[in-house]
Every structure is written in C-alpha cells, then in structure tokens.
Design a protein around this ligand. Structure first.
Ligand SMILES: Cc1ncc(C[n+]2csc(CCOP(=O)(O)OP(=O)(O)O)c2C)c(N)n1
Ligand SMILES: [Mg+2]
Length: 579
C-alpha cells in the first residue's frame, strides 16, 4: 500500500479494513469532500460498488442489499444535505434491525458553524436511529493509525452484533485528492506492519451471544405447556430453517399458525397447520363467534395485519410469548407477558423436547377447514371473469413466481393484497418489504438493493404513488445482474384511503387523500431504458409476466385499475359470504 498523503492514507485504511471485515458492497453518491474515501474505493480491486446521484434512493438500496445479503453494506456521501438524504433509509433500517454502515464526509472543525459552503451539523445527525456513531477527526500523522482501524472494527461490530445502523462522520481537510505533501508517511505506516502482512482486520471480534443457552428452559416450556388452546403467529424470521422448526413445533402443540406474508411461510407451504387466509377469516362472524385463544406464541417481527392486532386485543389471551433476536418492544397492544430475546431456532431447539405433544386444538380444526374453504372461494372468485384487478394480480404473481426468487411488497395495498389473496400452492420465495416505518418512499430502491443482495430476480409489487415517489431510483436498475420486475398497480392515486373512514369526508377526500394524477410510467420506462407493457386482462398479464421473467433487462408491467372498482372488489359479497 502506497500512501500519497494523510487523507489518502486514512481513506485507504478505512476502506481496506471494511473489506477485511467482509463488507463487500459500497454504495456511493458523488461529491468532493468524500474524495479520500472514494479514491481508496476506486483503487481497491476486491470491492463491488454502485454509484447513484440521489442519496435518498441510494440509502434504501443499501438497506435492501443488507437485508438480502444478511450483512451490512456501506453508504458513502459528501457533506451537507447529502447526508440528511440518507435519513429515511436509516430509520427504516434501524426499525427493521438491519445492519448498515453510513459514512458521511464532513468539513474540518474550523469550517463548522462559519457559514462555509455545504456545511451542516452532521455530528449525531441520525440521532437515536443509530446504534453507534462517531465523529472522526481530520486525518493527522499525530494520531496513531491503529485508531482508524479499531474505530472501523468497532463500527462494524456494533452494526453486526446489534443489527443496527452505525454512523461514521469523517472530517477531511484539503487536499482531498492525490497531491503529495511533506508528511512522513513511511514512518507513520510503520505502526501498521503486522496489519499489512496479515490480511485480517486489526481487531477480531468474537461473540458468544448467538450460542448462549436459553435460561430457564423448563420454566419457559412450563408456561407454554400451560396454554391449552394457543396460536402461533409468525412475522419476519431468519429463513427456511427457522420456518421448518416453527412447523415442527406447531405439530407438537397442535396449534394453528398465522403466518405473515413476509414470514417465509405464507407462500409455497401447504402444511395443514398454516392458516394462510387468517386475515380474511377473522373478518367472518361465523368464525369469530367460535374462536378463542388462551395463549399466543409470536415468532419474529410484527404482523402486517391490523385485524390480527384488533382480534388479539379483543380476545385478550392471558399468555403472549414473543420470541425475537433483539430487545425492541414490538408490542403495540401491550400484551406480551413473556419476552424471549433469542433466535427462533435457538428457542425452538431448546424447548421442543420439553413440550408435551397434543392433539389438534379446537381452533386448529375450525380454522384449517375454513382455510381450505377460503382457498376454494378465492379461486372461484377469480375465475368468474377475466378482468384484471389488484387482488387478482397478487394471486397471479404468487402462482407464477419461480422458486427461490425475491418478492418485494410495497406498503399500502400491494402487501395487503398479497397477504390476503396469494395462492399458497406456488413456490417458496424470499419475501420482503419495508415494514419498519411502513413508508411509501424508497421502495424501488429497496427492491433493487434486495435483488443485488439476493443475486436473484426480484418481483416488486408497488402502487402508483410509491412508484412516482421513487422514480429516479429506476436508474439503479442498470447495475443489476438479476433483473427487477416492477408490477405497478396504477389506480391513479392512493387506493388505500378509500378503505378508511376518511373516505366519507366527500368534500376534500379525492383531492387531499385520493391524490389523483394522470400519469402512467410508460415514459419513465423509456427514459430509463426498461421494458414496458400495460396488459389489459388476465391472459395479457400472465404473458407479460412470463416474458419479463425470461428477460435479462428489468421490466415495468403497469396494470391500470380504478380505485372505486378496487374497493368494490375487496368488499365483494361473493367472497364475504363464502368465508
Ligand atoms: C413516505 C410516506 N408518505 C406518506 C405515507 C402515507 N401513505 C400511506 S399509503 C399512501 C398511498 C399510497 O398510494 P399507492 O402507492 O398508489 O398505493 P395504493 O394505496 O393505491 O395501493 C400514502 C400516501 C407513507 N406511508 N409514507
Ligand atoms: Mg395507488
């Protein structure tokens, strides 16, 4: 390693150390102040990177990558509002407990609070949404270079160990480029000779956390054994192995499973204990009148269904056990009576031997029959006519999406329609969405990062407003090796609001909530050189989607629907009376 000046030295140490820690994806927005970091990045041949002009979209892209790759990506930007544009993605990552390393370049102390150009107060900018933050001084030969390495190691460990966002604010003084100075960098680098040779990070962190035995397994299993008629509820969990363990435990307990659409169990699993259509079923008085639980065992993240939370609040079971691998509360109803901080796998493996096997509970019998009936009713609901509509598109995608690919669900109706109408007899896919803060911002960017991290094609289901919100993230699709298929459900505004009581406020509803607009995405597809089609019916959609799956280029499939019609379809009596 040859250092041209002290800025170049520190930039190189930061980037090389991150690379040695296993970070392999750097997301960069251009700017001048960050040049020492970006020069080092450009010179490091081991590293993959993406460059995007919009820090807001780039932030979401990095977060999507981290979620899929299950390791942190690095974000780099210049000083000023560039840094502030990372904020929405930082919030989403922090709420979803996704590791992310944010590096913002900053001006030196003598330019802070002076009115100097492109200078804002960046110290602790992301506040409580960061797991850990530091303000690095300007590179200086008087500071031991090991400080740089151990700071990076600590930042990485804080992000990985605590599944959180870390922020490294890096001040740089001129010269920002490869200009030689009088600094004696040869003597300075001597501090680092073992590090140069080792190819390892300077500080190696070892954690015993993941393998720590669950305390008091007998007490925990005794509480589970005391629940007579329970339900298992599954939000986002780690993956296929944990999903299998959950199924196994439910067999032993004889309890039904309410699997969230992002749990990995909703699509592609036919296990009879899975109540795929629970969100529909808990609408039905026929079911509700007979349904009761005296306990909930909740694995993973929060549920998408508000109806689930309303139901469990009403039933008010005396025991609500929640198992998730972090310490956040995740309990909007204030019902959790036992909170276990553990991976789902560790929990189940520890308690399963202590669980008394049971016969199927009354609730399981009731719900599994109703689930089968609901599947038939939904199928016949869709075979009544060929017209395209939003729930039908969700069902078609769930039937056609290939095994192992990604499915990213935008907030608003797309995630709800997939939860309610997806066929469970299709393939097992990797489902994700931004349910941390449930924003409609950065969805295209997040899905593009998810595709990058997964290394697999991803289908994104998105509403028109969310798509318009994130249009310039379409430019990141050029960099994907596996394409993104964007299914835009264009109902000319915010369809979800028609389902809310505010829809009765006729005076201003359409303008202020409906947010009507006349746009389609045809011109945007052409601008960003993407395939585009606008199918008109069931057959057209199937053809367009199948073709998009074969293409190497990302595609926008735009389905034009109507908000009033959409409301009627969701409230259609045919389905309601058959559940
Ligand atoms: C960043 C952000 N702004 C506003 C909202 C409030 N919001 C929730 S859904 C929605 C409308 C979304 O419209 P669209 O993407 O077209 O989906 P649709 O409701 O039509 O299914 C809005 C504005 C939000 N969740 N996030
Ligand atoms: Mg819409």
């Amino acid at each position: 390693m040859k250092f041209i000046n002290i800025n170049h030295c520190w930039g190189t140490l930061i980037i090389e150390e991150l690379s040695r820690l296993g970070v392999d994806y750097f997301c960069v927005a251009s700017g001048s102040r960050s040049s020492p970091l970006v020069i080092a990045l450009a010179q490091n041949k081991k590293i993959r990177s993406i460059v995007h002009f919009d820090e807001r979209g780039l932030g979401f892209h990095a977060m999507g990558y981290s979620a899929a790759a299950k390791k942190p990506a690095v974000l780099i930007c210049t000083s000023g509002t560039a840094a502030a544009n990372f904020f929405p993605a930082v919030i989403e990552a922090s709420k979803k407990k996704i590791p992310l390393i944010v590096i913002t370049a900053d001006r030196p102390p003598e330019l802070r609070q002076t009115g100097a150009v492109q200078t804002i107060d960046q110290v602790g900018l992301f506040g409580k949404y960061t797991q850990w933050a530091t303000d690095m001084p300007c590179p200086d030969t008087k500071i031991n270079p090991k400080y740089v390495l151990t700071t990076i190691d600590q930042a990485w460990y804080q992000a990985v160990r605590n599944h959180g966002v870390v922020h490294i604010n890096c001040m740089f003084r001129q010269p920002l480029t490869l200009v030689t100075t009088t600094d004696d960098l040869k003597s300075y680098a001597k501090h680092l000779s073992p590090w140069f040779k080792s190819q390892k990070p300077y500080t190696e962190y070892v954690t015993g956390f993941e393998s720590v035995a669950l305390p008091a397994p007998k007490k925990i299993s005794a509480r589970l054994n005391a629940v007579k008629n329970g339900v298992i509820v599954v939000g986002k969990i780690a993956g296929a192995d944990e999903a299998q363990l959950v199924l196994h435990l439910s067999e032993k307990l004889g309890w039904p499973i309410f699997a969230d659409v992002a749990s990995g169990l909703r699509l592609g699993h036919k296990h009879p204990n899975l109540i795929h259509y629970f969100d529909h079923l808990i609408l039905s008085d026929k079911i509700l009148n007979k349904l009761s639980f005296d306990g909930v065992l909740h694995f993973g993240g929060r549920m998408t269904s508000q109806r689930y939370y309303d139901l469990v609040q009403k039933l008010s079971p005396p025991e609500y056990i929640m198992v998730i691998n972090h310490a956040l509360r995740n309990d909007p109803n204030h019902q959790v009576s036992l909170r276990v901080e553990s991976t789902v796998a560790n929990f189940i493996q520890t308690v399963i031997g202590l669980i008394k096997p049971r016969k199927s509970s009354g609730a399981l019998k009731l719900l599994s029959k109703a689930n089968k009936d609901a599947d038939k009713a939904i199928e016949s609901f869709f075979t009544r006519d060929e017209r395209i509509n939003e729930p039908r598109v969700a069902r078609l995608v769930s039937q056609l999406i290939p095994q192992g690919q990604g499915l990213f669900l935008s907030n608003s109706m797309p995630i709800r329609d997939m939860a309610n109408y997806a066929d469970f007899k299709g393939n097992v896919v990797n489902v994700n969405g931004n349910r941390g803060a449930s924003g409609i911002d950065g969805i295209i960017a997040s899905a593009s990062g998810y595709a990058r991290g997964l290394g697999q094609p991803v289908t994104l289901m998105i509403g028109d407003l969310a798509a318009l919100h994130d249009l310039n993230s379409l430019s990141m699709l050029r960099d994907l090796s596996a394409p993104l298929i964007i299914v835009v459900l264009n109902n000319g505004g915010g369809g979800i609001f028609s389902f809310l009581p505010i829809a009765e406020f006729k005076e201003g509803f359409e303008k202020f909530w409906g947010t009507p607009h006349p746009y389609t995405l045809a011109a945007a597809a052409s601008m960003f050189e993407l395939n585009y089609c606008q199918p008109m019916d069931d057959g057209g959609f199937k053809k367009a989607y199948t073709q998009a799956l074969k293409s190497q280029t990302s595609t926008i499939i735009e389905v034009i629907t109507n908000r009033e019609e959409n409301l009627k379809i969701h409230h259609d009596k045919f389905l309601r009376t058959r559940l």
